[in-house]
Design a protein around this ligand. Sequence first.
Ligand code: AMP
Length: 214
Amino acid sequence: MIILGPPGAGKGTQCERLVETFGLVQLSTGEMLRAEVKSGSELGQTAKEIMDAGELVPDDLIISMISSQIDQQSEAKGVILDGFPRTTAQAEALDVMLSEKSLSMDHVVQLEVDEDAIVERLSGRFSCANCGAGYHDTFSPPAEEGKCDKCGHTEFSRRSDDNPETVRSRLVAYREQTAPILPFYQDKGVLQSVDGMGGMEEVFDQIKEIVAGG
Ligand code: AMP
């Protein structure tokens, strides 16, 4: 399945829940790129500047990265694509990729959120530096301050692109390059929209219904 929505819509959070509940594997192109940046690879060095500017990494790099990751998931029950596709070219390449790999797409879920809420959501978010569990200063802090609920680690990190200036550029990239893929999936009759403005559980209930529905 694919989960679509602007930055800050809650894609990562909902993916975490889908992984826990349905045993799916999450493939997040943003996470893969951040790992490349951290490792200092050639791809990471190219991607860092683009990501810090809030722009999109070139399609060919992303497409080959996700294709090889999908190939490594042959044992998985199912895969959730988080942050991919982000352009019409990527959506078209995914179609070709899936048919070449004899895979199907069961659900395309769009998280609809109010843009004003996005900056607030993004500016408060952080994650565990060890296991990656996501938190928010206001909406979902750890139960015990300074300690990860999942693994007990006490170090956290914030993304360098979650600052107001970069967030604005990321929203422009979403509006101009990613939102145009919604009609692509609508025309195929697979797009299902979910109100992403509710609480984490409410949003997850809506997604769960879609996934459980077949
Ligand atoms: P995300 O974690 O999904 O918000 O992605 C963080 C950044 O990584 C984005 O702002 C882009 O610069 C880059 N990125 C992630 N996924 C893609 C993609 N599918 N196509 C192009 N750039 C991407």
